[in-house]
Structures are given as C-alpha cells and as structure tokens.
Write a protein that binds this ligand. Structure first.
Ligand SMILES: Nc1ncnc2c1ncn2[C@@H]1O[C@H](COP(=O)(O)OP(=O)(O)OP(=O)(O)O)[C@@H](O)[C@H]1O
Ligand SMILES: [Mg+2]
Length: 305
C-alpha cells in the first residue's frame, strides 16, 4: 500500500457477520460464529456509497450508488448465468445494508482483472498511441479515441494495491501468473461475457465500450464470476447516439466527478500529494442521477430505492 493511500471509513457492524476486509468501494464480511450462515463458504459483500476517482477514495459519498451497483450486478448475473456460473447466493441481507449487499460464494480470486474492450479509449488508447498495441496485441494503424476495434480484445490487468494504478499486462504474463489452462479459460469467458453483454446493451441504445470482470475458483474447483459486473464503476457505457470516433464519448459513470476534480474550481493537483477536495452538491446530484439512469436504461425499469 502506498503511503498516500486514503483512509477508508469504518465498515458498519452487522449482526451475524464479522468484518473481514474493505476495498475502495466494498466491505466484505464472513459469517459470525453461530449465525445462520456460519459454517458455509460464503461472504457478505456490501457495496458502500464510496466513489473513487484518480485512484483516490473521495470523502464525499454518492447517495444510493451502492444500491445501483448491487441491483445492476444482480440483474446482469441473471442475464449471463448460462455463460458462466456466478457467486450470487442470496439478496436476503441484514436490514442495515438492504439493497446494497449480496451473500456470495467465497472464491479464490484470480489476481487478474479480466478486461474486455470493444472500443479504444483510456489506458488502451494511451498504449496504442505509444506502441500501436493494447496489452501487447498489435492493432491496425489509424485508430483514434473511441474507435471501434476490429474485434473485441481480452486486455488483462494486474490488480494493484489500494491507491495504486492497475497495470495492463500481456496475455503471456497472465499465463505466467495463473498457468496456460486458466489463462485460456479467463480469456474465453471474458470475451463470451462481453459479447453477450454488449449485445444486450446495444438493444437498449448503449455501447459497452469496455468492462472488467473478476473471476475466481469455487470450492468445487470450477470457474465462477465474482465481484460486481457491468456497472458504471467497472464499465464504460456510452449512449450510442452520442458516439463518434475522434472524441471522448460521454459515459454513464464518474465523468462529472473527474471533470470537476480536474477543473480550476476544485483547486486540486491530480499529480500532487494532497487528497481530492469534497465534491459540491450539484456534482454529487448529477453523478447520482447518472448512475440511476444507467440502471434504468439497461434494465428497462427505474431502481426501486
Ligand atoms: N466471491 C468472492 N470471493 C472472494 N473475494 C471476492 C469475491 N467477490 C469479490 N471479491 C473481492 O472483494 C473485494 C471487493 O472490494 P472492492 O471492489 O471495494 O475492492 P477494490 O478496491 O476494487 O479492490 P481491492 O481488493 O484491490 O481493494 C475485491 O478485492 C474483490 O476481488
Ligand atoms: Mg472492485
């Protein structure tokens, strides 16, 4: 962990569960001794309203964001369960975290962020401009911001410590990390999930530019989809009618937060050692609305809060 890693707020105490760990957004719990789930190989994964940007967890939460992430992931798990099994066991959770938590199968997670990209942007575009490649894979010349790739690519990244950047890695590196059979399975499942999800999003007028999955191995040795899936935090969703290669597409995510943090109004140096300032109310409200809109456009119904 880097010395500038942000301090996280305390995870709430929950009856029947013992806090195990916290990431940037989620608090993870194990069954408490003697509780209903005790002795079962499950975790409670609670999505907080924390938001991260530029590798910082911000002090200002986005109300209901954790509920959007949880409900949207649950919806996608249902859409994708014939592609690969997932970790969702139950949405019956302590009332304190109702709507924002899932009881999940506990997995041994692969230390690889399984990214699929159908379009060129972000760190993929940076590497392409430097080397003409993404994760070491050569691409044709002449691509630009938001270009559609000739075919979707598996562009893995290594999970970084809290406060650090994830690092794009080559497929060969994935083979070294997890072995050839697992690497091949991760690539195949990632691309199959992307193809299915991109098709569903397209029917709703949304481009799934890229997305990240986390997979692990269940107690029975099988490959299982874990973490969150296809949320605005893990994916770039672009309104199809606003996409145009050569310019940055407006995505259903933290764009308002990033734009404000890098604007003069924030008086914040992204490359300095100070944490980002608190977000103004209108940035919070617009970001919240964007998350809720993503949920509604994808699932076809407003989120029941
Ligand atoms: N079924 C599962 N079994 C075990 N671990 C899981 C499971 N699903 C998700 N996780 C892990 O739980 C954590 C979720 O927390 P969160 O998303 O906030 O973390 P993060 O900041 O993205 O990542 P990091 O773990 O690097 O802090 C991640 O480390 C994720 O890999
Ligand atoms: Mg995460």
């Amino acid at each position: 962990m880097s010395p500038s890693a942000p301090a996280l707020p305390l995870a709430p105490a929950l009856p029947g569960w013992t806090h195990l760990s916290s990431g940037k957004v989620r608090d993870v719990y194990t069954p408490a001794p003697g509780s209903a789930w005790s002795g079962q190989d499950v975790l409670l994964v609670v999505a907080s309203d924390r938001i991260s940007a530029y590798d910082h967890v911000l002090d200002t939460p986005i109300p209901d964001k954790g509920k959007v992430l949880t409900a949207l992931s649950a919806w996608w798990f249902d859409q994708l369960d014939d592609v690969v099994a997932n970790h969702l066991v139950s949405l019956e959770v302590p009332v304190q975290v109702a709507g924002r938590a899932m009881v999940c199968r506990r997995l041994r997670m692969y230390p690889v962020e399984c990214v699929a990209r159908g379009y060129l942007t972000g760190s993929g575009l940076v590497e392409y401009r430097q080397n003409g490649t993404v994760c070491g894979q050569a691409l044709p010349e002449g691509l630009t911001e938001a270009s559609r790739l000739p075919e979707p690519l598996f562009t893995p990244a290594a999970k970084a410590e809290l406060g650090e950047h994830d690092e794009n890695i080559t497929y060969e590196r994935v083979v070294e990390m997890v072995g050839a059979p697992a690497a091949q399975a991760l690539r195949e499942v990632t691309l199959a999930l992307y193809a299915r999800a991109a098709g569903i999003a397209a029917e709703r007028g949304i481009i799934l530019a890229d997305t990240k999955f986390e997979l692990g191995v269940g107690a029975d040795g099988s490959l299982v989809l874990g973490d969150e899936v296809l949320t605005p935090d893990s994916s770039r969703f672009w309104p199809a009618d606003q996409w145009s290669p050569g310019r940055v597409a407006p995505s259903f995510d933290k764009q308002y937060v990033r734009d404000w943090l890098t604007s003069p109004a924030a008086r914040w140096d992204r490359d300095g050692d100070q944490p980002p300032p608190a977000l103004p109310e209108d940035v919070v409200a617009r970001t919240r609305a964007r998350y809720l809109e993503a949920y509604e456009r994808l699932t076809g119904s407003p989120l029941d809060l």
